[in-house]
Unconditional design. Structure first.
Length: 715
């Protein structure tokens, strides 16, 4: 805390008629270090200090209404220590050219009519420091364990220094101003004042035994502001008027508001925290504790104030961006606003809402175009309220990252961690039409129980098994349920998105299939492909099966459907995909009202609605409706011949085979089939089954309900 000041001309408060001045001013003052004189005239006590620093012991230090105390201490500092048993009541005026400390272990109250104006810093504390340490200068440690509190209901102004209030508990109901320095409300047993500029120059030592709180219902305006409790809670509330904590910054001090309760709860309710830098850029707002709770009409604003300047940073529930010392819980309730936007052409800022348990209501959260918002709990469930907030942020151009991690991050103030799976569960739809990028990154699995719709030039990244915070088992999955992911921009084409795809899944960029022609022409034998939206194939009268030589890439339907597919082919393997080979994957897709006909005969021929031959590939989370008719030696509603893996699949259409091995789901299988069913009618020649016609592999958790008709080996 820098104590250098400049001279200030002080006014004298008007006298109150009939007031007993002997009871209105400090008593029993004696210099015990340094030098100076103390005189009283009428309602004014004047201290003329001749040394740079001085210490005065007082029997009592109170000021009645209309009375005043003036410190002529140049650019120096005066420590005033109360040795009597009474608390200090400041109902009048203190003025100083330099810095003033008021130390009273019994308590300090600045009343509604009380005013303090100092050219340097003002410190009111119920924790003391040795006279020798004060006279030496440098870091000053204020320590003690009394129950004395500090309350300001008046007006405190430091024109070029800091304001520091330290006690067992601290409350501000009035006004605190420190345009050139910092405002600090500290509840605890030990506070360090250093020569460092800015909020890091005044810091509190965490102590779980110090249970006092810091409460602000008034107005604080300074270059930077800190509200901190060593072991209790921090409350920023509206009170009887609009509460405000505002940091404006200087060329030496970043504009920053910091609320800290390492062993307690930070509560911000219907009040405003605002931070900007001196150059008009956004400032920094930090709120970290064991628990963090924003409610009512609370506003945290770290936006730029001048055109062309970038937005600032808001860190909630963590001590640093991407930090590991997280709150146990963070709640951003409906009606709350968090903003860190740039102004004009200025870049957006950054927002982080962190905790082991994170709850986001229907709030307003925006870092502006190009800005970012990070959510990183252990597990994350996105309900309708959270989805509304996320959609609003994305539509404002804010990039949103929803990231879960292993539960190895510490709970703030405890050094312990909590259990969590690291899953993301989407239970309400997400939709945006902007350039924003949504990243869902899970330590374990992602389950989509609602749709994601990406418009404009937006981007989507889905990552499972991210291993953040630990070493995962690698068994996390991307589950679509009954949901889908859709890209709606009319400007998207498969060719234009191959090298710079708006979709990334588990580190792989996907070519988006956006039209029937894309599906017919853009899918190669390898690579990563995704169905960007539902496709109606009515425009293609006879579709040619894809990759008859064997598909080894990944095709992800993203929960979308392909309807009205017509295939009439004499190829050896007939289906949407002719053949899927080892390493190939087809998942998350549905065929609606497909009509597939295979005309080839022979021992290796096959026909299925989705895949003709699955040659050691993987097929999962798929279904097919419609009809499959074939003369092949393996005819199935989904797959003709299977040597690979099929899971979580079903068919409801009718299947007709005129040769061998005809089944409602698979004609012939030597692979693995699990979690499947078929409900259509099956008509075959020999080896005919409601689920599988001829099986030499494994089948589990499966059933069939349709009618089965065949000549030999029918079941």
């Amino acid at each position: 805390m820098t104590l250098t000041t400049r001279t200030l001309l002080l006014g004298i408060t008007a006298l109150t008629p009939g007031f007993a001045w002997g009871q209105a001013l400090p008593t029993g003052g004696t210099y015990v270090a340094g030098s100076g004189s103390i005189s009283t005239t009428g309602g004014t006590t004047t201290i003329d200090q001749s040394s740079a620093r001085g210490v005065i012991n007082w029997q009592g230090f109170s000021i009645g209404p209309g009375a005043s105390v003036r410190f002529n201490n140049g650019s120096g500092a005066t420590l005033n220590r109360v040795t009597g048993a009474q608390s200090s009541s400041l109902q009048g005026h203190i003025g100083a050219t330099g810095t003033v400390f008021l130390i009273n272990p019994n308590g300090v109250v600045i009343g509604p009519g009380g005013t303090v104006v100092t050219g340097g810093s003002f410190v009111a504390s119920t924790r003391d420091t040795p006279s020798s340490a004060f006279m030496k200068g440098g870091n000053i440690i204020l320590s003690g364990g009394s129950d004395g509190t500090v309350t300001n209901a008046g007006k405190i102004t430091s024109t070029s220094g800091n304001v520091v209030l330290v006690g067992a508990s601290v409350s501000n109901k009035g006004t605190v101003s420190a345009a050139g320095g910092t405002a600090n409300l500290m509840a605890g047993n030990q506070v360090v004042l250093s020569e460092v500029d800015g909020p890091s120059g005044v810091y509190i030592v965490a102590d779980s035994k110090a249970k006092g709180n810091v409460t602000n219902t008034g107005r604080i305006k300074a270059a930077a502001a800190t509200l901190a409790s060593a072991g209790g809670n921090v409350y920023a509330l509206a009170g009887n008027r609009e509460g405000l904590v505002q940091a404006t910054g200087t060329t030496r001090v970043n504009g920053q508001v910091w609320l800290s309760a390492p062993h307690g709860t930070v509560t911000v309710e219907s009040t405003t925290l605002k931070a900007t830098s001196a150059d008009g850029s956004g400032g920094i707002i930090r709120a970290n504790g064991r628990n963090v709770d924003f409610s009512g009409k609370a506003v945290l604003n770290a936006s730029a104030s001048k055109a062309g300047r970038k937005g600032g940073r808001i860190l909630v529930g963590t001590d640093s961006m991407g930090g590991t010392n997280l709150a146990r819980s963070t709640t951003v309730a409906s009606g709350v606003t968090l903003k860190a936007t740039g102004k004009g052409t200025g870049a957006g800022g950054t927002i982080e809402t962190s905790a082991h348990t994170l709850v986001v209501g229907s709030a307003t959260i925006s870092a502006g175009p190009g800005g970012s918002w990070l959510l990183d709990p252990d597990d994350l469930t996105i309900d309708s309220n959270a989805a509304s907030t996320i959609n609003s942020a994305l539509n404002s151009g804010t990039n949103v990252t929803e990231q879960t991690s292993a539960a190895t991050n510490n709970i703030a103030g405890t050094g312990t961690s909590v259990a969590g799976n690291g899953d993301i569960l989407l239970n309400a739809a997400l939709s945006w039409n902007s350039t924003a990028h949504l990243i869902l990154s899970s330590y374990h699995s992602i389950t989509l129980n609602a749709d994601i719709t990406v418009g404009g030039t937006g981007k989507l990244t889905l990552t499972t098994n991210n291993n953040i915070g630990g070493t995962g088992t690698g068994d996390g999955t991307l589950n679509f349920g009954t949901s889908s992911v859709r890209f709606t921009s009319s400007s998207l084409t498969a060719a234009s998105t191959t090298s710079s795809s708006p979709l990334t899944i588990d580190g792989h960029s996907y070519t988006l299939i956006t039209s029937p022609d894309d599906l017919q022409n853009a899918v190669g034998v390898s690579g990563y492909y995704a169905l960007a939206r539902p496709l109606d194939m009515s425009s293609i009268s006879n579709f040619t099966p894809l990759t008859s030589s064997g598909f080894t890439g990944t095709f992800n339907g993203l929960g979308n459907t392909i309807s009205n597919l017509v295939i009439n082919s004499g190829a050896e393997s007939v289906g949407l995909f002719g053949q899927v080979s080892r390493g190939g994957t087809v998942r998350n897709i549905g065929l609606l009202q497909a009509n597939v006909t295979g005309t080839s005969t022979g021992i290796f021929t096959a026909a299925g609605g989705l895949v003709g031959t699955n040659n050691y590939g993987t097929i999962s989370d798929v279904y097919a409706t419609g009809n499959v008719t074939s003369a092949s030696n393996g005819t199935g509603g989904l797959v003709g011949r299977n040597f690979g893996t099929i899971s979580e699949a079903y068919t409801t259409g009718n299947v007709t085979g005129t040769s061998e091995a005809t089944g409602g789901l698979v004609g012939m299988s030597a692979g693995s089939i699990r979690d499947v069913y078929a409900t259509g009618n099956v008509t075959g020649n020999s080896d005919t089954g409601g689920l599988v016609g001829l099986n030499g592999g494994t089948i589990s958790e499966a059933y069939a309900t349709g009618n089965v008709t065949g000549n030999n080996n029918t079941g």
